[in-house]
Ligand binder design. Structure first.
Ligand SMILES: NC(=O)c1ccc[n+]([C@@H]2O[C@H](COP(=O)([O-])OP(=O)(O)OC[C@H]3O[C@@H](n4cnc5c(N)ncnc54)[C@H](O)[C@@H]3O)[C@@H](O)[C@H]2O)c1
Length: 383
């Protein structure tokens, strides 16, 4: 297959900007992919953040002004990884520039911002836009999704999707933009981690009609730059219970996004229990996927039990990595980009794709309902 060369521009050279730059350098790991990305340009308002990118020899533009990157004819696709309060302006500018966009979650700081981004996209449908959500690209997650889609679980009894951290347990950790509502958004941890936990339920069509939520601000103050305590006004943990209707009945969907879940470090969890089967996977044990079997056991009789399977390394796009090897966060990022760039040229087929703009915008309706439910203490319709 002859691969199309694609110029990539990154806006925001922080944690995720560097991660994506590194993923692009690992592209040869993919087998027969229709695109060959080349990191052409990077923008960060902080010149010091740009120096790291000097080691990548395909980069011909380093700038502190993202308008300059948008004017660069060598850039076809822009990946934007900046504070949430900057999403609306930058995403709509990318869309209006005629370039394609891989956006970061939460796709605007709130529902109004997400709607404005959708509006820009409606006016410029030629711009191919998706939102980052890489955790479902773990091979074990893909197996779990395929298992659910096969119908093996039968009528669903309950499901859980979670994204769990614990680094915020350290109360001496300095405040940063993710812990301030004016930059992160009123939805707090949901803005930060919610896309990870909602992407698969939304893709499977499990959108609750109503929900109830408990939100917790567990660390209301953190040290600022000078060491003095500053107000930390974002929700740390959000637990949402949704009422999901399907053609075979209703079931409770629990969605947890937590910055303080002791024992967990970037753990993505997905569990489904049904009348005839079940599946569970967590990235804390990336090799292992468990399926519930109900079978006749010789000498014992009909029993239920969990069977552990090894997930291996292969995800949506085949790679040179041996099938028996383990996978990790950086592999999931590479796979999400493989899906994004394949879908951009119509080559994704029936493989799992990155989150759509509609899915990303929908998460804000869920967060709004969760905020309203936490405020009122009542079940709330999702608007
Ligand atoms: N997909 C994931 O797993 C994942 C993980 C972490 C963060 N994120 C998301 O990625 C985005 C960025 O998060 P991060 O952790 O990389 O943040 P970060 O703070 O590490 O990096 C943000 C960068 O943006 C730069 N910046 C600020 N204003 C700018 C401007 N006007 N023009 C250009 N650059 C500017 C900053 O200088 C900084 O280097 C957020 O939307 C966040 O929710 C996604």
């Amino acid at each position: 297959m002859s691969a199309e060369s694609v110029g990539i521009g990154i806006v925001g050279g922080g944690l995720m900007g560097r991660e994506i730059a590194a993923a692009i350098q690992r592209w040869p790991a993919l087998i027969d992919h229709p695109a060959r990305p080349r990191l052409a340009a990077v923008c960060d308002i902080n010149p010091a953040a740009l120096t790291w990118f000097e080691q990548i020899d395909t980069v011909t533009q380093l700038t502190t002004q993202y308008a300059e990157l948008l004017a660069n004819p060598d850039v076809d696709v822009v990946y934007v990884a900046v504070r949430h309060d900057l999403h609306e302006q930058m995403y709509t500018d990318v869309i209006r520039s005629g370039k394609d966009l891989l956006a970061e979650k939460p796709f605007g700081i709130d529902r109004a911002a997400a709607s404005a981004i959708l509006q820009a996209l409606e006016e410029h449908p030629e711009s191919f836009v998706r939102c980052s959500s890489e955790m479902p690209f773990f091979p074990g997650a893909q197996r779990a999704i395929d298992y659910v889609r096969s119908g093996a679980v039968g009528q669903i009894i309950e499901a859980r999707s979670a994204f769990l951290h614990s680094s915020d347990l350290d109360e001496s950790k300095p405040i940063n933009w993710k812990r301030q509502a004016k930059y992160c958004g009123a939805a707090g941890v949901m803005n930060d981690l919610g896309m990870h936990a909602w992407h698969v339920p939304l893709r499977l069509g499990w959108e609750p009609e109503s929900l109830t939520a408990v939100l917790q601000n567990l660390v209301p103050q953190r040290p600022g730059a000078a060491g003095e305590l500053e107000v930390c006004d974002t929700w740390e943990n959000a637990t949402v219970w949704g009422d999901v209707a399907t053609s075979s009945g209703r079931f409770p969907l629990t969605v947890e996004t937590k910055r303080i879940a002791p024992g967990n470090k970037n753990t993505w969890v997905f569990e489904v229990i049904g009348k005839t089967g079940g599946v569970r996977f967590a990235t804390s044990n990336p090799k292992r996927i468990e399926v519930l079997t109900i079978d006749d056991v010789p000498g014992i009789g009909r029993e239920q039990g969990w069977t552990a399977l090894e997930a291996g390394s292969q995800s949506v796009w085949p790679t040179v990595t041996g099938g028996i090897f383990e996978t990790g966060f950086s592999d999931a990022i590479l796979q999400m980009w493989a899906a994004y760039l394949a879908e951009r040229v119509g080559e994704l087929g029936d493989r799992f794709g990155a989150a759509t703009p509609q899915e990303a915008a929908r998460t804000h309706s869920l967060y709004d309902a969760a905020l309203a439910s936490a405020e009122s203490g009542r079940w709330t319709q999702v608007g």
